[in-house]
Design a protein. Structure first.
Length: 129
């Protein structure tokens, strides 16, 4: 669930990163009115910090441009400081905060990265040139 929509990630179009035919990363996406939503991005830990996530995001940006979309949207939880850093360092800006959305979805406050309470959905966008 993101951007007020429920997605089945396995059913979405995606770009996949492979090493010797082994999947090591992916990004799935969906269209919105004037944007492309990067619904899920994942890279196996062994391959993180090697530029794979950046290349996958660039692929989504290229897809957005080819579809005439002016921006790419992503969301994350308030505790995921590595994701916030990753996206912001690639030109994304926080555009919306939805307080308590995640806590309400789970009917409780979960403990996340560093023990931070997981409550809020943070939405980021990157305007494409």
């Amino acid at each position: 669930m993101t951007f007020d929509r429920r997605f089945a990630v396995a059913e979405l179009p995606a770009y996949v990163a492979k090493v010797q035919d082994k999947v090591i990363g992916f990004v799935s996406f969906s269209t919105a009115k004037d944007a492309l939503i990067a619904v899920a991005l994942g890279v196996m830990p062994r391959y993180q910090c090697c530029g794979i996530g950046s290349r996958l995001v660039k692929k989504v940006e290229g897809e957005a441009r080819s579809l005439g979309k002016g921006k790419v949207l992503v969301s994350t939880s308030n505790d995921d400081l590595p994701a916030l850093g990753f996206y912001q360092s690639r030109g994304f800006q926080i555009c919306e905060v939805n307080p308590n959305v995640i806590a309400e979805k789970h009917a409780k406050v979960l403990r996340g990265i560093g023990g931070l309470p997981v409550r809020d959905e943070l939405r980021l966008q990157k305007t494409l040139n």
